[in-house]
Design a protein around this ligand. Sequence first.
Ligand SMILES: Nc1ncnc2c1ncn2[C@@H]1O[C@H](COP(=O)(O)OP(=O)(O)OP(=O)(O)O)[C@@H](O)[C@H]1O
Ligand SMILES: [Mg+2]
Length: 443
Amino acid sequence: MTNSPNALVHVATQQGLGYPAQMKTVCGIDFGTSNSTIAVVQGGKTVLVPVEGTHTTIPSAIFYPADGQAPLYGRAATAAYTTGEAGRLMRSLKSILGSDLISEKTAAGGQFRTFESILVGFLSDLKDKAERFCGATLDEVVMGRPVHFVDGNDAVDARAEVKLGEIAREAGFRTIAFQFEPIAAALSFEHTLRTHERVFISDIGGGTADFSIVEVGPERRLRADRAGDILANDGIRVGGTNLDMRLSMAAVMPHLGSRAKTLKGRELPRWPFVDLATWHRIHTIATQANFMTLRQILNDCAEPELFQRYVDVVKAGSGHAIAGRVEQAKIDLSHTEEVTIDLTGAIAGLTVDASTALFETAIAGELERLGDAICATVAASAQPAEAITTVFLTGGTSAVPAVKRLLSELLPRAKAIEGDLFNSVGFGLALEAERRFAQKKAA
Ligand SMILES: Nc1ncnc2c1ncn2[C@@H]1O[C@H](COP(=O)(O)OP(=O)(O)OP(=O)(O)O)[C@@H](O)[C@H]1O
Ligand SMILES: [Mg+2]
């Protein structure tokens, strides 16, 4: 396994010229917190695989039916949950790669399984779909990885990459390499270029924000060693799921008892609400031990009717339904100033209003952390911000207007180019796979 990606490397210069038939088919996988893609290189062509119907993206969602049937993935998984099928939905599992949770067992589909084995199933499904699509076995893969899976702990960060590599191996890949997600996005961008650019790549997805400053251009693609073209890489664990959590805490959770008082006039504990508002923690709430704690909190409430809603939501397993409504509201707030969040499917009679102003106040801390990380990336490049000619935006959270504003304030001279927010990284990872693997002859 090749670890520690540190080079933007020679890319697919043979693109479109066609490889001899014996060239291997190789792939790149962008396993995202919210969405995943797989792209293959075959016969010199790089193609994103349609992984769910005609979609080249698949939500990183897994549903285990209660009756023990095979798990469902992607939109099919969320649809099964939304239509009330009995079973368990899991989302945003990439967020637990760096934590001990990854090796813990959880009840799903009538069995206890590790989260790790659940992710093996998800990656195997992607691999199978890509192999059927291209009619070839895929042994080699370049996996994307955020610059940091976790903040401020290099040992845990390294463990997360090793774990992802083990999961890919279990899924059937024989040779696994890694590349930083923003460098993969840089390769995608470079693929479209006719001129030289010094580009600031901003990849802000569901779980992490990743930044790179890279020299790109048609003449550079030919070079064997690109390490000198990477001026800086940095990243933090802030993404769209954090923004969902903040919006939920600001707009929705007060209607379920957050900020309500106990009989003694203290505020209720915060953690139950944070857990219910955080995608990758929702499935951890409904345990026997937690239900006892929740009952104690309920008995201690000055206004039990609000927290009773919380208990009902957890009992009914409606946490993901609420999170889904909040996420949609956040997405809508990228285009409109006011939204109504309809929660009646989970809580009788409850609709909640939210505005861009409320959202931007709620995410002020995240915006500040993003700003600091952008500045730190520029500082690490040892070049002035004015020397950056272009900002390439990718990742779904780049669509948030406050995020775009932040980038244009901090990099005022650079022109902003919005890439394909959801496919750039996967495509670039396949370009990287071509460089690393496809040029060797198939055995
Ligand atoms: N129009 C939009 N406005 C705001 N947020 C959006 C929009 N569209 C998608 N998002 C958010 O973008 C995030 C998903 O983006 P993306 O698919 O790039 O993430 P990912 O690659 O799965 O995550 P990561 O790279 O962090 O592991 C989600 O939080 C989603 O709610
Ligand atoms: Mg991503």
